[in-house]
Write a protein that binds this ligand. Structure first.
Ligand SMILES: *Cc1c(COP(=O)(O)O)cnc(C)c1O
Length: 226
């Protein structure tokens, strides 16, 4: 039943450079299919809804080496639970959220609920997009000094989702812009040298994202669709 899905996964994997991390977006995907991907060696799974993710984590708790990524918009009242349940949070989209996550990380570490701080990406919009959350580049520069004060989160890089309807040329330009912004933040040494991740690229645009320097691609439908 899953043979064709596995074949497709192998083809995609063969075309992803070794330094790019494939994060399988398992939202709305059945437990069976997640287990099938696990058996193929996939360890990075991403979810965008907290409750759905927690249900899956319980059902898959025996697969202890799964690395769970949170990629959805997060309300601050759910920050505590996300800190306790995810290794990565790609969708940190405001200073207020970052501060809440940092506060809960401090507590969770002190209470022994987690051993390591979550690794996070800052979500940026390099093109105007009223339908999406995230910092504009200008706002991000303004907030960097406050973000720098956060002692507990591991701020690892930038994350981007592009607006719909871009040409392939515009897509590549936009991803390159994200890379440029990340490089200028790196050059100013705002964060530790571990600020070196670019989470960008989905099923429809990941080859351009890789070309522009993505280190993590988040693939859903191209992996899991029938
Ligand atoms: C759903 C989702 C993806 C995967 O999208 P596909 O187009 O199915 O690959 C990637 N990133 C985020 C933030 C998502 O919500």
């Amino acid at each position: 039943m899953n043979d064709s899905v596995i074949e497709r996964l192998k083809k995609i994997q063969a075309n992803i450079p070794a330094n790019v991390r494939l994060v399988a977006v398992s939202k709305k995907v059945s437990i069976d299919l997640i287990q099938c991907f696990y058996q193929q060696g996939i360890r990075d799974f991403a979810e965008n809804k907290l409750q759905e993710a927690l249900d899956k984590q319980i059902q898959l708790k025996d697969l202890t080496d799964i690395c769970w990524h949170f990629i959805g918009h997060l309300q601050t009242n759910k920050a505590k639970k996300v800190v306790e349940s995810f290794a990565w949070i790609h969708s940190v989209d405001s200073l207020k959220l970052a501060q809440r996550l940092d506060f809960h990380t401090k507590n969770a570490l002190a209470e022994g609920k987690i051993r390591q701080s979550p690794q996070v990406c800052l979500q940026v919009k390099v093109l105007v997009d009223d339908n999406k959350y995230g910092w504009s580049v200008e706002q991000l520069w303004q907030d960097l000094s406050e973000l720098q004060k956060l002692n507990y989160l591991q701020i690892r890089g930038l994350m981007a989702i592009l607006p719909l309807g871009l040409s392939s040329q515009e897509t590549l330009m936009a991803f390159k812009k994200v890379t440029e912004v990340a490089h200028s933040i790196q050059n100013k040494q705002v964060f530790s040298p571990d600020f070196n991740q670019l989470s960008m690229g989905m099923s429809g645009d990941y080859p351009s994202a890789i070309q522009a320097g993505a280190t993590m691609i988040r693939l859903g439908s191209i992996l899991f669709a029938d």
